[in-house]
Ligand binder design. Structure first.
Ligand SMILES: [Zn+2]
Length: 379
């Protein structure tokens, strides 16, 4: 070995030693971090990124023109309505149903701002005023006001969730969902041939104990007011019983139970409600994650009850409709939902046949809501 070869050998050994010196403690440290010193994340901190590689279809525009049966726009200005129509056109939203029309003068103003500008693009539902709830003859007066509202352009009645939960008579008695005082109102709807879109109760988890087993734990943490503890509210099942009695005692009135009637987590139960009451329909507003977590059941349910389910979104946000299109129109798998507090799980597309899609998107609404121009929709 000459001098040069010796030097080469020494430098190789030296470099190897330095490399080992640097690498060994790091390797030891990494192992330690992954095994011991990493703290358990909170559920907010734990945001695993999916490594799944599978087909994705980003659908920005519905396959067919559609009717959103469940939207809210309070006292919209002409300018807002102009902007709304431009946005609606980008996603193929043909007719928007504003459930927040109010009654009397307010209803007239809302109809003027929306239908006055775009007669074919909007539908306005009236609401009840409870101001004179404690004056005898209330139900008949509401029915008369509703008849006026319909003359002034209302095409349906929307009942908000305070009905059955918060609304009380002056003596402290809760107004039950099937309170006979309101019979005149529901019979008037049948006579006027307008549907009643009714929101009864809330997701059943809001009525359950707020513990670590509660599916809506995160939402109740963020919005404690959404909890429905038994000390202040009737139980979920009481509200369901009253609601089902209401549906049964007005068979000539068409009811659209908002949010899958809060049976999105039990579609067989919803099926039984449909079987027992041919006058009952539902919208899918804000409960898409319920269908998206059970794609096989959701698909079969929609095929079986294709005449009873209507497209709706609830909170208007033009960029959020694409989740509905993707769930209804594709078989995409395991994609993130747009509202984490509603669903910490990912959802799946349950692609329904075109004939079913058309019914959900517009045919069922055309059948239920009077006065929408059917010519704007395919056969
Ligand atoms: Zn709503």
């Amino acid at each position: 070995m000459n001098f040069r070869q010796t030097m080469k050998l020494f430098s190789v050994i030296f470099v190897a030693a330095v490399a080992a010196f640097i690498a060994w403690p790091r390797a030891a440290m990494t192992q330690q971090t992954s095994q011991k010193s990493q703290a358990t994340p909170t559920i907010d901190e734990y945001q695993p990124k999916s490594t799944l590689v599978t087909k994705e279809h980003k659908i920005e525009r519905a396959k067919f023109p559609f009717i959103d049966i469940h939207s809210h726009h309070w006292n919209p200005t002409g300018e807002e309505v102009d902007r709304l129509v431009k946005e609606m056109d980008t996603i193929n939203l043909r007719v928007m149903v504003n459930l927040s029309g109010g009654t009397g003068e307010r209803l007239k103003n809302t109809v003027a701002a929306m239908k006055g500008r775009y007669p074919d693009r909007f539908v306005v539902f009236a609401n009840m005023s409870y101001d004179d709830l404690n004056t005898p003859g209330f139900g008949k007066r509401v029915a008369a006001r509703l008849e006026e509202d319909v003359k002034n352009g209302a095409q349906g009645l929307k009942i908000f969730k305070d009905f059955g939960m918060e609304l009380k008579y002056a003596n402290g008695q809760r107004v039950h969902v099937d309170d006979p005082e309101f019979d005149a109102v529901f019979e008037k709807c049948a006579e006027l041939k307008i549907p009643v879109l009714i929101h009864v109760a809330e997701p059943s988890a809001f009525f359950d104990p707020w513990d670590y087993h509660n599916e809506r734990w995160e939402e109740v943490k963020e919005f404690p007011g959404r909890a429905r503890p038994p000390a202040k509210y009737p139980p979920f099942e009481t509200l369901m019983t009253e609601r089902n009695h209401l549906f049964a005692k007005h068979p000539r009135t068409n009811f659209i139970a908002a949010h899958l009637g809060f049976h999105g987590n039990d579609l067989e139960r919803l099926g039984r409600l449909f079987d027992a009451n041919p006058n009952v329909y539902v919208d899918i507003a804000a409960v898409l994650a319920e269908l998206g977590r059970q794609p096989y059941s959701a698909h079969d349910f929609l095929v079986k009850y294709q005449d009873r389910v209507l497209m709706g979104k609830d909170i208007y946000e033009v960029n959020e409709y694409k989740w509905y299109f993707r769930a209804l129109e594709t078989r995409d798998e395991y994609f993130e939902y747009y509202r984490h507090r509603h669903a910490f799980w990912r959802i799946y597309g349950f692609q329904v046949p075109d004939e079913v899609l058309k019914k959900v998107y517009y045919k069922n609404a055309l059948k239920l809501v009077p006065g929408i121009d059917a010519k704007a929709f395919p056969d």
